[in-house]
Each structure stands twice: as structure tokens, then as C-alpha cells.
Write a protein that binds this ligand. Sequence first.
Ligand code: FPP
Length: 243
Amino acid sequence: MPRHIGIIMDGNGRWAAGRGLPRFEGHRRGVEALRRTIRAAGDLGVGFITIYSFSSENWTRPPQEVADLMGLLKRFIRNDLADLHRSGVRVRVIGSRDQLAPDIRALLAEAEELTQRNTGMTLVVAFNYGSRQEIASAAKRLAQRVARGELDANAIDAVMLDAELDTAGIPDPDLIIRTSGEQRLSNFLLWQAAYAEFVFMPMHWPDFDRSALEAAIREYAGRERRFGGVTGAPATRVAMIGT
Ligand code: FPP
């Protein structure tokens, strides 16, 4: 069983276009698929799922679509937060909050605060997230510590940079699933996915369900992970990123 699954929820627009529906309907049905997936992952005992909900590049979409996606996030938190909390889900948000509207920032903070002591599955919401930006910000913070004389530049290593990322404290994804048949990472968890297994599924995101999740996990379970070695897995993540 993968401990952490990252999901690129792709194909909402094509799902809608294929049915002669507006793109918004694809995103709306995408939220339903998300609910099913969170429930199924919790039942299966997955520890962490990270969902790519809005990328830092998604701002280039038409303003109405950006507004629709913001509205869906708000509705998702308002409608589902109490249920998630009751199920013991802990919510973490990764990505830059700087460009987000104050009401969205407040909702994201509320979701994190309310659920921070929960011990069930962690739902990591990647919102206004871009991996290159995340790595650049982490590098900038380390550079600032060097400039202030608090850190020796020679001491900087992968473990230190890892601890500066938005995902600090979250284990690396074991499995990354992308729907819609596209086979790329699109600026999602570039650093963290160093040893992830990828499963690309032909279906569009609104059609994703429990059986699709189980199929992806079965595919993952059949893979041999070597982490750059010859066989078996390293004892710790630190050992892995230190090599
Ligand atoms: C990709 O489909 C999906 C997104 C850009 C956003 C993912 C969002 C959701 C599943 C719903 C919103 C959920 C939250 C929590 C905000 P696409 O539009 O790129 O599809 P296409 O490639 O077929 O056009």
C-alpha cells in the first residue's frame, strides 16, 4: 500500500466537452470524484493524498474559469470541512497564498487549524502550487540565512532544502496518478517525486472512482522500487535523499 499518493486530476474540460457541457460542469463533477477518492483512500488506509487543485500556471486560464475554480474550492471547504474533520482527516495546504483572495486564504487557514490535531489521513491540497516556485522560495530562504550569517553555505544539503519546502514533514509520494491519458508532471512535486512510481490512467478525472484508485494501487504494488540501489527500499527517507 502506498503511504502517500499524489493525484493530478486532469481531464475535467475534455470530460465536459465530450458531453457537450460547459467546462464548469467538468470541474463540478471533478469535485464529486475528489470526494469519492478521499473516502476510498481513507478506507484503504492511505496515509497521505496530495491533490493538484490549482497550479500556479492555471491563472492563465480565462478569468471566468479561474473564478469558477476559486468558487469550487470555497464551496468544497464550506461543504466538506466538517465531514472531513469528523472522519479524522488532517488538511494541509501547499502553494503560495500571496495572490489568493483574503476569503480563500481565511478558509484554507481555517481548514488547517480545525484539523491540525487529527490523526487520520492527511489531505494535502496543492492550491496555487508550482514546484519550481516552491524550490526557488526554499533556496531563497536558505540564501537569506547565509546572508545573515546564520548558516554556512557549505552545510546546505538535500535534507536541509527538503525541510524548507511547503511539504516539510510530509513523506515523499510513493505513487503519482494522472488521469486523462497525459503523461507529464506539469510542475507538480518535482523534487518530492524523485522516486515515485507513476500511473497514467486513460479516464478523465470526473470518471475516477474507488475501483480506479484500487487499479492504480494494484499497478503500483506490482512495481519493483529500487531507489537507485539494486533491490529493496532504503530504511529512511533521509538515507534516500542523502544519496
Ligand atoms: C484539470 O482539468 C483540472 C484542474 C485544472 C483543476 C482540478 C480541479 C478540480 C478537480 C475541481 C476543483 C477542486 C478543488 C478542491 C478546487 P482540465 O481543466 O485541465 O481538463 P482538460 O485538460 O480536459 O481541459
